[in-house]
Design a binder for this molecule. Structure first.
Ligand code: GLU
Length: 467
């Protein structure tokens, strides 16, 4: 896939959208440019005593708001072009969902499976050390998060290293996606997948838009194919299943599985854990290579793996009516045009996978306020609801059952508040971009870009930097 110039692809989409705005050319050029890129090489002593050079990057695409924000990925595909493109996508993504951060992204070029846990710890801590040294990390500067190949464990090492090197009272806010015991937030792990679900559900609730793609409203009964059973794909598939969708196909590197009657996501996950492969799942048909599955008949296709998965080689074969881009940049611009010309609806990455960074924002707020969401008000709320329920009982001379009283008077805990904030964010943002789409007669991707360009441009214009 090296031939794809990912950052140029993102900029192509930017330019297309910029034509629908009236901002000065110089300002648009500035928004588009990647502000800073830090490239680092450092030595790693392997467990067997040999020494190897590790290459890493951190790109901060836009400082229009601080801190900058975006994940760190561990993959062999990582290079400067990729981190710049992904950092740019973070800028636009944050603007689309009103998360007050600039965009950033980092990466280390390693194949994670070739390193021991101790080696991964040394790599992560040393990379963090390099970021601290160059002021590329900090709660008010740049805040990494998990991405492809990283998770809570890496975030925990990053936070611990940062904490050990600084005297920052807000040190916990230097990274998000941490384990809950270390300042993480309930709901962050499933946030991206849940956001994909909330966003798609909102899209599917619009009768006019569904009619245009030949579907009925609602998630119930929709046939869904998911590519990737990592954190995002797994949770997205689970929430779709719980919402009544039928998961007919799941694709991973080693192959795909298909069952028109539906796959139980949790059981597939356990099967892969036990056997080391998704293949040969009871009742399902094997599909190899797994990319074949992307072209199977379905209502919703969710690419939740890496970039450029839907490209000119397979775009004309894709039959899905809705494509929900859970991954970053899964569709090349050529593929986008081919799929669109068939009348399918593409829900773009810069909106649909923003659930992760949205809940990262909540985590960061929690870290800066040093208090768990709901801690102050939960009991007070419960007492107020209870009093209301009792007043209703008095007025009606009827009484609620104990279970009903418990249900009526329940105050929200952290996870419920996070879900509520995420749901609202995805619903509001979807309607915002869908309205822009209709007003300008463009697709949702262009609409999302128009939305973020306008939000960022207004900020610069108000600062008087660009008249
Ligand atoms: N890596 C995720 C993304 O691409 C999350 C970023 C974050 O939480 O900062 O959106």
């Amino acid at each position: 896939m090296a031939k794809y110039k990912f950052f140029a692809e993102v900029n192509k989409n930017f330019d297309k959208a910029a034509a629908y705005t009236k901002h000065p050319k110089g300002l648009l050029e500035h928004i588009k440019s990647c502000n800073t890129v830090y490239r680092v090489a450092f030595p790693l002593r392997r467990d067997n005593g040999s020494v190897e050079t590790i290459h890493g990057w951190r790109a901060e695409h836009s400082h229009h708001k601080l801190p900058t924000k975006g994940g760190i990925r561990y993959a062999m595909s990582v290079n400067e072009d990729e981190v710049m493109a992904l950092a740019a996508l973070m800028t636009y993504k944050c603007a689309v969902v009103d998360v007050p951060f600039g965009g950033a992204k980092g990466g280390i070029k390693i194949d994670k499976s070739k390193y021991s846990q101790a080696e991964l710890e040394r790599i992560t801590r040393r990379f963090t050390f390099e970021l601290v040294k160059k002021n590329f990390i900090g709660p008010g500067v740049d805040v990494p998060a998990p991405d492809y190949g990283t998770g809570e464990q890496e975030m925990s090492w990053i936070m611990d290293t940062y904490k050990a090197m600084t005297h920052d009272l807000n040190a916990e806010g230097c990274v998000t996606g941490k384990p809950v015991a270390q300042g993480g937030i309930r709901g962050r792990r499933e946030a991206t997948g849940l956001g994909v679900y909330y966003g798609t559900r909102e899209c599917c609730s619009n009768a006019e838009d569904m009619k245009a793609v030949g579907l009925t409203t609602g998630i119930e009964g929709k046939r869904v194919i998911v590519q990737g059973l990592g954190n995002v794909g797994y949770h997205a598939a689970k929430f779709f299943m719980e919402g009544g969708a039928v998961i007919t196909g799941i694709a991973e590197f080693e192959g795909g599985i298909f069952n028109p009657k539906g796959l139980d996501v949790e059981k597939v996950f356990q099967h892969r854990k036990e056997t080391g492969s998704i293949l040969h799942f009871p009742g399902a048909q094997n599909v190899t290579p797994s990319t074949e599955l992307l072209t199977y008949e379905c209502d919703i296709l969710i690419p939740a793996a890496l970039e450029n998965q839907l490209n000119e080689t397979n775009a004309h074969l894709i039959k899905a009516k809705i494509i929900a881009e859970a991954a970053n940049g899964p569709t090349t611009s050529e593929a986008h045009n081919i799929i669109k010309s068939r009348g399918a609806l593409i829900i773009p990455d810069s909106f649909i996978n923003a659930g992760g960074v949205t809940v990262s924002y909540f985590e960061w707020l929690k870290n800066l306020s040093h208090v768990r969401f709901g801690r102050m008000e939960k009991r007070h709320e419960e007492r107020s609801y209870l009093k209301l329920a009792q007043a209703i009982e008095e007025m009606s001379s009827k009484s609620f059952s104990v279970d009903r009283i418990r249900e009526l008077s329940l105050g929200a805990d952290e996870r419920e508040l996070v879900y509520s904030g995420l749901e609202d964010t995805m619903i509001v943002a979807y309607n915002e971009i869908n309205e822009i789409r209709k007003r300008n007669d463009v697709d949702l991707r262009t609409a999302a870009f128009i939305s973020s360009i306008n939000k960022i441009a207004v900020l610069y214009e108000q600062m008087g930097i660009f008249p």
